[in-house]
Design a binder for this molecule. Structure first.
Ligand code: CU
Length: 120
């Protein structure tokens, strides 16, 4: 009986964690940008992490890294073949003009920090 209870509680916890980290995150507000957006890199997240921009439109993502962990040092847009070094507490601009609609993920080297640029 105790075993069953432990299993049920454990399963509920696993579901909660999955919901919190994966499903819940997809509901993070999307910020629409016209030209410039400041993105803070801190405490394991990009903030904001859900960004929407227009197709064929020049935009600048200004990353400021306030996280000393070496993992936060590089931001990578894998599908665009872009990687950018972020020095501590110094804004780094990344200018883009994306010609193809889609979702472009950006991450740190190990994929722990995650963000998404949606182009439509
Ligand atoms: Cu990382």
């Amino acid at each position: 009986m105790i075993t069953l209870l432990v299993n049920v509680v454990g399963l509920a916890l696993v579901c909660l964690i999955i919901w919190w980290f994966w499903i819940n995150k997809s509901h993070v507000a999307t910020i629409k940008i016209d030209n410039l957006i400041e993105i803070r890199v801190k405490d394991g997240v990009y903030q904001p992490s859900n960004i929407e921009a227009k197709i064929n439109h020049p935009i600048t993502l200004r990353f400021t890294r306030d996280d000393a962990s070496p993992c936060a040092e590089t931001v990578i847009f894998q599908s665009l073949n872009i990687s950018k070094q972020l020095s501590l507490h110094e804004p780094v601009d990344l200018s883009l003009n994306i010609k193809k609609a889609g979702e472009y993920e950006f991450t740190c080297q190990m994929g722990m920090y995650r963000g998404k640029l949606t182009v439509k």
